[in-house]
Write a protein that binds this ligand. Structure first.
Ligand code: B16
Ligand code: MG
Length: 226
């Protein structure tokens, strides 16, 4: 039987809300290109890599660009985004996130970050939580975007645990799919309507406890679905 030994956390939407900054930067780019994007559009970009996000946005605007132009546009968006996240503070850690990470550490559960972002280092440093992770796997370390399980499998590997001993926390459908594909239990962070295939859905880490975590593995629990 598997035992819960490690938790792997997505960043944007689980630990911090950087989606607001991504949205501002993508909107500015779209506006410069002569069209607009809405908050609803932005929802579709959650958990999606930078390159793929740009492709979707260009598609919505009915615009085609060469690979070199796309690289320049993604770089421009990233500059604006980095300017915003360089001003992030510890207050921006989502409610309960720091506390739950500390609960895990005190209970001997290993922790890892599993994010698509290439900017996770700056975000974790500025919010003062980098030291709460035993391993950091982000967009700089993976080649296959979620829903491919690569990011989470690398997290399990760096933590030296088999996937079945790991629980993933994710706010994006592609991320929940990635965790399931990797053979891990998954807690969806957000709406049960959207993340229904997760073993458990919570609104935020402030609703999480060690009891709920261990229940994911109890043979009697309905949360322990395969
Ligand atoms: P960057 P996550 C994802 O973070 C964001 O949800 C997504 O909107 C963003 O495009 C992606 O990171 C890449 O971010 O441009 O900083 O490399 O949810 O996987 O932590
Ligand atoms: Mg996310």
């Amino acid at each position: 039987m598997s035992i819960i030994k490690a938790c792997i956390f997505d960043l944007d939407g689980v630990i911090v809300d950087t989606a607001v900054y991504h949205y501002k930067a993508w909107k500015r780019l779209a506006n410069e290109l002569g069209f607009d994007i809405t908050e609803e559009d932005n929802e579709k970009l959650k958990g999606v890599s930078r390159t793929r996000s740009l492709e979707l946005i260009l598609q919505w605007g009915g615009i085609s660009k060469t690979d070199a132009e796309k690289e320049e546009l993604a770089g421009r968006k990233n500059e604006w985004y980095v300017e915003m996240i360089s001003r992030m503070t510890p207050d921006e850690v989502l409610p309960g996130a720091r506390e739950f990470l500390e609960l895990c550490i005190n209970a001997g559960i290993k922790t890892a970050l599993g994010s698509a972002s290439k900017n996770s280092g700056m975000i974790l440093e500025n919010t003062g939580i980098a030291h709460l992770f035993n391993a950091i796997i982000d967009g700089n370390k993976v080649s296959k975007p979620k829903p491919d399980p690569e990011v989470f499998l690398k997290g399990a590997e760096e933590l030296n645990e088999p996937p079945e001993n790991c629980v993933v926390f994710e706010d994006a459908i592609v991320g929940v799919e990635a965790a399931i594909a990797g053979g891990m239990k998954v807690v969806g962070v957000g709406s049960a309507e959207v993340l229904g295939m997760a073993n458990l859905v919570i609104n935020g880490l402030n609703e999480m406890s060690l009891e709920k975590l261990y229940e994911l593995n109890s043979p009697e629990s309905k949360l322990n679905k395969e």
